[in-house]
Write a protein that binds this ligand. Structure first.
Ligand SMILES: NC(=O)c1ccc[n+]([C@@H]2O[C@H](COP(=O)([O-])OP(=O)(O)OC[C@H]3O[C@@H](n4cnc5c(N)ncnc54)[C@H](OP(=O)(O)O)[C@@H]3O)[C@@H](O)[C@H]2O)c1
Length: 239
């Protein structure tokens, strides 16, 4: 019986490659995207790789969450792996970020993924091997901001909203992991590295397929590790 996996923000970038890799490992994958046309195009691109199905999820629109989960429940009655990959970079540093931009950033990268995770728990509890993967970032680590931080990002301007959202995702990872440990649901965060995609303004030095590797590993491993933050090479990161 193949694992059922849901990957958000999967019409492009790291998420698309994570879906490709998971299909190649025989998983059934629900490819979530906020834009139906882009999501369906991605499913068409990957259809030859395996069992891939589109669901619409916009992390800023909670109304899209339950219908996607209901579809998975109707098809399979359970969810084995949730990959919270959807995310975006937003402009503005701590001195000048626009309040509405900050709100949208936190909604997209943090509150939406946390709420989706809460709503997915009943389905994950029906799996006997449930995992949650939080796609975080090195920019969610305090070490990134030491000495002003943001070395490579946005022309050296520390990305306040993005960093805040990913630090928050790290907190959520630790808290979900602790709360779900006794149920055997493993929750880990990862940093895909500096990847050539829109989030890095195509400045990243790693390919999207390389960025997806740690996500695929965490989505398929039987390791009991939980509440950890993993670097792209599989080593453990401090928060
Ligand atoms: N690239 C890097 O260097 C890097 C480094 C560390 C962490 N990450 C993280 O890796 C993840 C994937 O990013 P990426 O590099 O692959 O960037 P990407 O190519 O821009 O992909 C981001 C994906 O998230 C989706 N998305 C954005 N806002 C959304 C929303 N409100 N609801 C649902 N989906 C939404 C995008 O959809 P649209 O196509 O519709 O915009 C796209 O599918 C993100 O969480 C990012 O923060 C990236």
């Amino acid at each position: 019986m193949s694992d059922i996996v849901l990957v958000t923000g999967a019409n492009t970038g790291i998420g698309l490659e994570a879906v490709r890799g998971l299909l190649r490992k025989g998983r059934t994958v629900y490819l979530a995207a906020r834009d139906t046309a882009k999501g369906e195009a991605a499913v068409a691109e990957l259809a030859a790789e395996g069992d891939v199905r589109f669901v619409r999820i916009d992390t800023t629109d909670e109304a899209t969450f339950q219908p996607a989960l209901d579809r998975i429940e109707a098809d399979h009655g359970r969810l084995d792996v949730l990959v919270n990959n959807a995310g975006a970079a937003f402009p503005g540093n701590v001195l000048d970020i626009e309040p509405d931009v900050l709100r949208l950033c936190l909604e997209t990268n943090l509150h939406g993924p946390v709420r989706l995770t809460q709503l997915a728990l009943p389905l994950l509890r029906k799996s006997d091997n449930a995992r949650i993967v939080m796609v975080s970032s090195g920019a969610g680590r305090f070490a990134f901001f030491e000495g002003g931080g943001g070395r490579k990002v946005l022309s050296g301007k520390p990305p306040y909203g993005y960093g805040l959202s990913k630090a928050g995702m790290n907190v959520a990872t630790a808290l979900f992991a602790g709360a779900l440990k006794d149920e055997g649901i493993r929750v880990n965060a990862c940093n895909p590295g500096y990847v050539n995609s829109l989030v890095s303004r195509f400045q990243g030095t790693r390919t999207t397929a390389e960025g997806a590797e740690i996500i695929i590993d965490l989505a398929t491993t039987d390791s009991p590790a939980t509440g950890k933050f993993f670097e792209y090479d599989g080593s453990e990161l401090s928060w």
